[in-house]
Design a protein around this ligand. Structure first.
Ligand SMILES: Cc1cc2nc3c(=O)[nH]c(=O)nc-3n(C[C@H](O)[C@H](O)[C@H](O)COP(=O)(O)OP(=O)(O)OC[C@H]3O[C@@H](n4cnc5c(N)ncnc54)[C@H](O)[C@@H]3O)c2cc1C
Length: 131
């Protein structure tokens, strides 16, 4: 199994129409209009999905959080720093967040995690997710 995705910038009114009442043919036409002139291998991928349903989702850009920690609660992974799909690294970042939490807890503060440890981990993971 594999998956692919493409990102298209559209006015909100067009997105609303696509998500509410577009037909599969209209959705495929939108893909062809935007990517049909790309490399022939892209064309082959589009052709391969001719009889299939495509999923459309709206992407939103959110303001970055000032901290991933509130008291004894820490956000990691997508909850802390959801990423655009074309970055292809959300899962990698979630794993690294977990590793950072474990490393800081073990090295400096012992278990269970104390607030200071969570703040250290937050600073580390926030720096990385913004780079
Ligand atoms: C199509 C697609 C392709 C992707 N490709 C890549 C890729 O190539 N490389 C990459 O690194 N990343 C990729 N990602 C991103 C990656 O999947 C995410 O960044 C990653 O799964 C985030 O992990 P997470 O543990 O933070 O969140 P999630 O994997 O979303 O886990 C959260 C879990 O919490 C559960 N949950 C939610 N609410 C509650 C609740 N109230 N109570 C209990 N449980 C709850 C959910 O059911 C879910 O199991 C892709 C994502 C998508 C959608």
């Amino acid at each position: 199994m594999t998956n692919w995705f493409a990102c298209i910038a559209l006015p909100q009114s067009r997105i609303d129409a696509l998500l509410s009442d577009s037909t599969p043919e209209q959705r495929r036409a939108l893909l062809a209009e935007n990517f049909g002139h790309w490399h022939r291998d892209v064309q082959r991928v589009l052709d391969a999905g001719r009889d299939r349903e495509f999923l459309f989702h709206q992407l939103e850009v959110l303001a970055p959080l000032g901290s991933f920690v509130n008291g004894r609660t820490a956000l990691i992974g997508d909850a802390a720093h959801a990423m655009a799909p074309f970055l292809g690294r959300g899962a990698c970042e979630a794993i690294l967040d977990g590793e950072a939490m474990g490393r800081i807890a073990m090295a400096r503060h012992g278990l269970p995690l104390r607030n200071a440890a969570l703040r250290s981990a937050s600073a580390l993971t926030r720096r990385r997710s913004r780079s």
